[in-house]
Ligand binder design. Structure first.
Ligand code: GDP
Length: 424
């Protein structure tokens, strides 16, 4: 049985917490896309962690954590994260890395930085982790799979070819020093040796696990609206964060797929650029931002202040639809306890017309939110364990969102810690 946890919105919905929680009832947790460019914040008995590449199952010693072939594998980032977790007192996690995972090269990170610098005011707001150049190379077929690092002739030939292109860019577009082939081969060979103990055929392992009826959790990064096909292109990421990509990026059979859990916040938050219809500014934004998440709404990867806004039912309904969500985990409900009234965006107005479906990006950029205000509950709900014990207005808020999204809300999270959860 394979369950998938994904984001319904722009990312940062609180997937890490839900994955960490459900990892306790899973045998295997798999990352299937993205790279070290985003972060899951997890708070449990070991402390507070911002995981970027490690699957969120690493805190459960019985869980096998897998980096699937769809991931942008930054070997150094992965190994240093692993070291950090162990240094914090977590029992050494079980980790398997797909031999087919593509490797993030140092020049991907450099090119990401140089390109954002070149674009200036038109930059994409990249986290500068190399993601766009990495996936560009993968689909241009000049990337390297992890397995290729173990064949010196193959490595040299592939890098010679890649550098013939990269160094032309370095020199003529970015006016930077060229990359030295020999130094790069030595560096990558060293990294290949360090990661060797974890490398294996994860496809075979996961297919066997499915046949044996193991409980597998696929962990998505970012959210629907950052999908290159179905999101707010081009303000998207470069790999698909959709549950539909899960079986491909993880390497598990389609027949084993079961629930898709879409995570959404009780309000909206967004890191990076692009249209964000319910965005708040000024004092109203700051009031929400400082209360959001566990330490305010600041990016787990970048520390950048996140853009915040009211709950957007149009975007979230679409987000859940494209994820094929079977149920929803609604997080951060506790954050809204300071508000007398809580606006919820129920439709968009575009060129004077009311629209309830999520439009294409050029129209979205002109959309204005149509709000309905729901009464707040004006108290702290942290510590409440049963839905019926929530204040009536908090229950109404959840039930209204559920109706608007059209997918059952199974989990209500009312605090950042693993145990601060209401199961309905
Ligand atoms: P992810 O990438 O989807 O895992 O999300 P992030 O970890 O980037 O952001 C979610 C933020 O919300 C983190 O700071 C979490 O600790 C925090 N969080 C998750 N669930 C809750 C909740 O129910 N209440 C509060 N206050 N914070 C939460």
């Amino acid at each position: 049985m394979v369950r998938t946890i994904v984001g319904a919105n722009w990312g940062d919905e609180g997937k890490g917490k839900i994955t960490d929680m459900l990892a306790g009832e899973s045998d295997i947790v798999v990352r299937f896309q993205g790279g070290a460019n985003a972060g899951h914040t997890i708070i449990n008995d070991y402390g507070r962690f911002a995981l970027h590449l490690l699957p969120s199952g690493v805190f459960n010693p019985s869980v096998v954590n897998v980096i699937g072939p769809g991931v942008a594998l930054d070997i150094e980032a992965l190994l240093s994260e692993l070291e950090g977790v162990v240094q914090a007192g977590v029992p050494t996690p079980q980790l398997l890395v797909s031999e087919r995972a593509q490797v993030m090269m140092p020049y991907h990170v450099q090119l990401d930085c140089y390109e954002e610098e070149r674009l200036g005011a038109h930059s994409f707001g990249s986290t500068k982790s190399g993601i766009a150049p990495f996936y560009g190379d993968k689909y241009q077929k000049i990337g390297l799979q992890l397995c290729q690092l173990y064949y010196p002739d193959v490595l040299r030939e592939k890098l010679e070819h890649a550098l013939s292109i990269k160094n032309a860019l370095m020199e003529h577009l970015y006016h930077k020093p060229p990359i030295d082939l020999e130094a790069l081969i030595t560096h990558m060979t060293g990294l290949a040796e360090r990661i060797r103990p974890y490398v294996c055929d994860t496809n075979r392992y996961l297919h066997e696990a499915c046949k044996a009826g193991k409980r597998i959790l696929l962990e998505g990064q970012l959210g629907t609206l950052r999908d290159p096909d179905h999101g707010i292109y081009p303000m998207t990421t470069s790999s698909s964060p959709l549950a539909g990509y899960g079986p491909v990026g993880a390497g598990v059979p389609l027949w084993a797929m079961s629930d898709v859990i879409a995570v959404t916040k009780a309000y909206s938050s967004c890191v990076g650029s692009g249209p964000f219809t319910t965005e708040l500014f000024g004092e109203e934004a700051q009031a929400l931002r400082i209360r959001g998440g566990d330490k305010g709404e600041f990016g787990a990867k970048t520390g950048r202040p996140r853009r915040v806004g009211w709950f957007d039912a149009v975007a979230t309904r679409y987000g859940c639809m494209m994820q094929g969500a079977t149920y929803v985990a609604l997080t951060n409900l506790d954050v809204l306890g300071y508000l007398e009234q809580i606006p919820v965006c129920v439709a968009y107005e575009i060129d004077g017309e009311r629209i309830e479906h999520f439009p294409v990006t050029p129209l979205l950029e002109r959309a204005k939110p149509v709000y309905e205000a729901l009464p707040g509950w004006m108290c702290d709900t942290r510590g409440i364990k049963r839905f019926e014990d929530l204040p009536e207005n908090a229950r109404r808020y959840v039930e209204t969102l559920e109706k608007l999204i059209g997918v059952p809300v199974r989990f209500v999270s009312n605090g950042p810690r693993r145990d601060e959860i209401i199961v309905r």
